[in-house]
Design a protein around this ligand. Structure first.
Ligand SMILES: *Cc1c(COP(=O)(O)O)cnc(C)c1O
Length: 397
């Protein structure tokens, strides 16, 4: 079993929430840990290392070229910067002043997501202006075509469970409309397994996180059309400087991608499905609790357990249950972004071997404790959010 001792005297976390950067994202693959440790004491010619990364990224994504940046969020800002400046070094140094450049970015309103920060700000950080297409639940090809002008530098498309899940233009159609007007398409696929599909569907640039499903270090991957990847890379001479990735990020991504090629994807999924079956068996039957296995909404090869909680019968709301298990020792962090609908999710992909039983025990203990107390007052969702931001505002106290 995984060594449960907390790092740095911090509380050890049991993570069934998914690849959350606020929790350290993912368990780095052993090959990644080894490659980074061996590389850290070395000097290296960064451009040569990035050229190696380009080859590996190209092989895995099917793109012409690629490079490693600080994060997917950095990749969004920099890919847009690259689409505006291309290889003009003077323009690169002038950003975020975009005078004289095409500087509009079109994006469907339903893709204006928040991943810990707003994607809209990620676009504006480059100096670009955001032009939204349609409304949150209704975007059509004619609206996209109408939003593109002679100032349009790029179009951004987001693949994520965060986007509105209906009423959106699909990627292929989105690319067709943009390409007919000569506009490159950048896809934010931060948290997606499929490394080939989005470029194959027509994207010019695709962006991934190194630290999510790939089990690499904190980093971002930029892949796709060589001229646009190069223009994005050149932003390191400008606004990209503050989003710099180190040699450890580059070698770590190379190791993560190489490990990805030989990873036993089917075996891992079978093991994860075993965890879900165990949790489902332990939870179903508790008063007011219904646990259902459901596939990932963006077709990643991953199932999660949806735990629907009837607050009347279970005598606890979904969000109070999430907070209760998070206060456990050790803390169990569940996927609670939809808790206000009365359910939480259990994500099996970030567990150390042996933790699956502990997850079930902590949850059963919490549900049992909830049934036994008489003084329960549900927290209001708004109060819960307010408390979170208060904690942020008083950090580091
Ligand atoms: C996580 C995420 C990001 C940010 O990725 P980082 O690599 O952590 O910067 C961007 N977009 C989406 C859709 C995400 O899920």
């Amino acid at each position: 079993m995984h060594d449960p001792r907390p790092a740095q005297g911090l509380r050890p976390i049991i993570n069934v929430s998914g690849t959350m950067t606020g929790l350290g994202a993912s368990i780095a693959a052993p090959q990644v840990v080894e490659a980074i440790a061996a590389f850290l004491p070395q000097f290296v010619e960064i451009d040569a290392l990035q050229k190696q990364a380009s080859k590996v990224i190209a092989r895995l994504t099917g793109g012409e070229a690629g490079y490693v940046t600080a994060s997917c969020a950095a990749g969004i800002t920099l890919a847009i910067a690259g689409a505006m400046t291309r290889e003009d070094l003077a323009a690169i140094e002038r950003l975020p002043n975009t005078a004289g450049l095409k500087d509009e970015v079109v994006i469907q309103m339903g893709h204006m997501v928040h991943y810990g920060a707003s994607i809209e700000q990620g676009i504006r950080l480059s100096g670009a202006k955001v032009v939204t297409v349609g409304t949150s639940t209704y975007a059509q090809e004619y609206q996209l075509a109408g939003a593109i002008t002679d100032k349009t530098a790029a179009a951004l498309f987001v693949v994520s469970h965060h986007v509105v899940e209906y009423g959106q233009i699909g990627l292929k159609e989105f690319c067709d409309v943009c390409h007919a007007k000569g506009v490159p398409v950048i896809v934010d696929a931060a948290s997606e397994y499929d490394l080939k599909r989005f470029l194959a569907d027509g994207a010019d640039i695709v962006l991934y996180s190194g630290h999510k499903f790939l089990s690499g270090p904190t980093a971002g991957i930029v892949a796709g059309r060589k001229d646009l990847v190069r223009a994005t890379y050149l932003q390191n001479l400008g606004i990209g400087r503050g989003m710099k990735v180190g040699k450890e990020g580059m070698i770590g991504v190379i190791a993560a991608l190489t490990a990805w090629e030989t990873r036993d994807h089917a075996g891992i999924k079978a093991k994860e499905d075993g965890y879900l079956a165990l949790w489902q068996e332990k939870l179903n039957g508790l008063p007011g609790v219904t646990a259902t296995v459901l596939p990932d909404p963006t077709e990643n090869p991953l199932n999660r357990l949806k735990v629907q909680i009837d607050a009347g019968e279970a005598r606890i709301t979904a969000w109070d249950l999430a907070d209760m298990v998070a206060a456990n020792d050790p803390p169990l962090i569940v996927r609670d972004h939809e808790a206000e609908h009365g359910y939480i999710w259990l994500d099996p992909c970030n567990l150390h071997p042996g933790q699956e039983g502990l997850v079930a025990d902590i949850l059963v203990k919490a549900f049992t404790a909830a049934l036994q107390r008489n003084d329960y007052q549900p927290t209001r969702v708004g109060d819960r959010q307010r408390k979170r931001f208060e904690r942020m505002r008083t950090w580091p106290d």
